[in-house]
Design a protein around this ligand. Structure first.
Ligand code: ATP
Ligand code: MG
Length: 753
């Protein structure tokens, strides 16, 4: 047999050999679905003499497309590069660049991104006299997007809306929006698919051309296709009906983008003659990792039942670690990777850190940089390179030092102040001829010729910066940052957008605020300049020499289809994952099931080692919050876990801290077991701590106002005030050496002396 068929099990081989007719391969993670597709393409070319250009393979991300092309090229003798391997969107761009004129567009059409769409919809709302304070622009965009995902055009939308005032208005906005797109010869992202479907439906020449061209069509990650994408595939495949789709309903994680899980569940209804193949052997992970994954996903209802097995042995158990703070969690992950690499057990590239939201990367990045560990963020950029973080850090730079021209120019029109390029040139010319820097010149905007109305706008900007400087001098860095955020309406603007992307940006801003507050609490003499220096140390990592060996960081969504020997799932806390939004949603049951599928995707990325971590306390919007372990972790069968299941042990950990004075309870309890800890603790104290935990987790303090206390960094001082902040006490201490400091009791870890 050939190498193409040799390396497959019987069911996989069946998938490769069943080249004719519709095929559905429905199988769990790591069972070799993607492998079947690549081997199938290779088999068609090498064994069946199919011309490579007659084969189409659709993937979900560009990275997946690249990998698939590479794998096919390795398997076939020649011609692999002529296979059509692309994502849905790039496939449609390719088709439309050729035939867009047949649906009324010029083939040099532009593709509108989110920002373009926003400004277009703004114009439309203005034109239609819609009060965007009541009817948000963003909500129109999401209605339009949803309609397009379901192939509903503006006219149909309006017909269906008849009699419903609200829907009718949405339809009018949709119609106008679409008309303007067309007038601009532009397509938005959803149009790419919908217009291609329109083209194939309406134009028999083009339809037949592609139907004749593609003898074999394959779709990976089929569970995440939406209605429009399904229709596209169906149209293309209607000539030969050689359509092979592979997917896993347990990994459907894009429902919020219109992915229609029924596409997979109902494939057999669309294609009654479909051959259904199930793959049950997992080749990726050890048994313990699989047991964990199966245990978690079993809690979802209405699944197609699948059972995965492996013969790769038990392997290591899933390591569970719960820390006092997210800070310690990040430190642990970085140290763990550093020591594995030092011991030669893994390379950096074998390791991946996966998290629920992008904002979580900040702490991890800082620890990785501190440990000199190369890393790369996939599906996003480094924390300090994110637009909103850069904007606000630039504001801080301007507040600190207005000679930083780059920073000044960056924020001058954030948010838009209508200060145009001509005005800026005039300011620059004035600066040049008077030997001033740009900012100084702006302070004299009133005297600069030809600025007209821009002068007032510039002076308003200057006064914002000056006021922020006063806040800085009187109340510190975090307050001046908050002042800027408030005065510029930065977060307000994002809130109004209401998209997932905007929410992620707000998360990042919150994370920056956390960073500043912690910096102020932990630094003896905090200064803005010193803070910015710290930030630039992490931010400049971008300029470090590119290495091919790096740790991969990404959200769980971006991790789909990938695999790594050593995986860390971090931030496994209720409220973070599953997200607070899903827990509190009206349809919480469904939302949590979607989050659970995401957890399943995360767990099944690991080949050999899986470490699951959580923090008991995490700073959220500048406030310490207690978090209990993610319910998904509690769903992992105990026999697959190494580490104590926390709920019954949290009280132990706290008791341990109280008995022994300030120490890291997590370290103690990760090493020892609960019984040992309990032995060291008097029954009474244990009970008190346990009870206290039930009251919200605040530690009882063994000092009061007036007591002398010791702090690790600041030395000795006297407690001057104690405020019960709900989740934690705010303690103010007058230190002998550094003066008065306000801190969270849990963080300060003060000792009475
Ligand atoms: P996911 O659902 O996560 O996308 P998948 O079902 O697509 O997973 P693959 O990525 O194709 O799974 O395969 C998982 C791993 O198992 C890969 O490293 C692949 O090379 C390996 N593998 C698959 N089938 C076999 C086989 N028959 N023999 C040896 N290794 C295999
Ligand atoms: Mg796959």
């Amino acid at each position: 047999m050939s190498k193409i068929l040799d390396l497959l099990n019987e069911q996989q081989r069946d998938g490769v050999l069943t080249t004719e007719g519709p095929v559905l391969i429905l199988a769990g993670a790591g069972s070799g679905k993607t492998r079947v597709l690549t081997h199938r393409a290779a088999y068609l070319i090498d064994e069946k003499g199919v011309a490579p250009y007659q084969i189409m393979a659709i993937t979900f991300t560009n990275k997946a497309a690249e990998e698939m092309r590479e794998r096919i090229n390795k398997l076939v003798s020649f011609g692999g590069e002529a296979v059509w391997v692309a994502t849905f969107h790039s496939s449609c761009v390719k088709i439309l660049r050729r035939f867009a004129d047949r649906v009324g567009y010029d083939s040099r059409f532009t593709i509108y991104d989110g920002d373009d769409q926003k400004s277009l919809i703004k114009d439309v709302c203005k034109y239609l006299d819609i009060d965007t304070k009541i009817h948000k622009e963003r909500s129109f965009l999401s209605v339009i997007s949803h309609a397009k995902e379901n192939l509903v055009g503006p006219e149909t939308f309006l017909q269906e809306a008849a009699g419903d005032f609200n829907r009718t208005r949405q339809g009018q906005v949709y119609r106008e929006y679409q008309a303007r797109l067309k007038a601009n010869n532009a397509l938005d992202f959803d149009d790419l698919i919908m217009k291609t479907v329109e083209l194939l439906r309406g134009d028999s020449t083009v339809r037949e051309y592609y139907q004749r061209r593609f003898h074999y069509i394959m779709v990976d990650e089929y569970q995440d296709t939406n209605t429009a994408q399904f229709e596209l595939v169906r149209l293309l495949a209607d000539g030969y009906r050689n359509l092979c789709v592979v997917g896993d309903d347990d990994q459907s994680i894009y429902r919020f983008r219109g992915a229609n899980i029924y596409n997979i569940l109902h494939f057999e209804e669309h294609y009654p003659d479909a051959k259904v193949i199930k793959l049950e052997q997992n080749y990726r992970s050890t048994q313990n990792i699989l047991t964990a994954a199966n245990g978690v996903i079993a809690n979802n209802t209405g699944r197609k039942d699948k059972s995965l097995w492996t013969d790769s042995g038990e392997g290591e158990k899933v390591l569970l670690k719960q820390f006092d703070s997210a800070y310690e969690e990040a430190e642990f992950v970085a140290d763990s990777i550093a020591s594995l690499v030092r011991r030669g057990e893994y390379s950096y590239r074998d390791c991946a850190i996966l998290y629920r939201t992008n904002a979580q990367s900040r702490l991890l990045e800082e620890k990785l940089v501190a440990d000199n560990i190369p890393y790369k963020i996939f599906g996003g950029v480094n924390f300090y390179a994110r637009r909103e973080v850069k904007d606000l850090v630039s504001y801080l730079k301007v507040i600190d030092n207005a000679q930083d021209d780059l920073a000044v120019r960056r924020v001058l029109n954030v948010p838009r102040r209508g200060i145009g390029a001509t005005s800026m040139d005039r300011v620059q010319a004035y600066a040049n001829s008077n030997g001033l820097d740009f900012y100084q010149a702006m302070t004299r905007a009133g005297q600069i010729q030809g600025l007209a109305r821009a002068a007032a706008k510039i002076l308003a900007f200057i006064s914002l910066i000056e006021r922020a400087r006063q806040v800085l001098a009187q109340e510190g860095i975090s307050k001046s940052l908050l002042y800027i955020i408030d005065q510029t309406g930065y977060v307000e603007g994002l809130k109004a957008e209401g998209t997932d992307e905007a929410r992620a940006r707000i998360d990042n801003i919150d994370e920056l605020i956390n960073k500043v507050i912690l910096y102020e609490q932990e630094t003896e003499e905090p200064s803005l300049n010193d803070f910015l220096e710290q930030v630039s140390l992490v931010a400049d990592i971008d300029q470090l020499e590119e290495s091919a060996d790096y740790v991969s960081l990404m959200t769980l969504h971006s991790a789909k289809g990938l695999e790594f020997p050593n995986v860390y799932l971090v931030g496994m806390e209720d409220g973070l994952f599953p997200s607070y939004m899903s827990i509190t949603a009206e349809n919480a049951d469904e939302e949590i099931e979607e989050e659970r599928r995401l957890a399943y995707v995360g767990i099944t990325r690991a080949k050999e080692h899986l470490t699951v971590t959580a923090a008991r306390m995490r700073m959220v919007r500048g406030e310490m919050q207690y978090a209990s372990l993610s319910r998904f972790v509690e769903e992992i069968p105990a026999e697959a876990i190494d580490g104590n299941l926390p709920d019954r042990n949290r009280a132990d950990a706290f008791a341990w801290e109280n008995a022994e004075g300030p120490c890291y309870g997590s370290v103690a309890y990760a090493r020892g077991n609960a019984a040992e800890i309990r032995k060291k603790t008097s029954a009474q104290k244990y009970a008190a701590a346990a009870k206290n935990f039930g009251d919200g987790g605040k530690e009882p303090l063994d000092y009061q106002v007036g007591d002398r206390v010791f702090h690790l960094k600041f030395g000795e001082g006297q407690v001057t005030s104690l405020v019960d902040g709900g989740r934690d006490y705010e303690v103010t201490v007058d230190f002998d050496r550094v003066g008065s400091k306000k801190m969270f009791a849990t963080f300060a870890k003060l000792q009475r002396i």
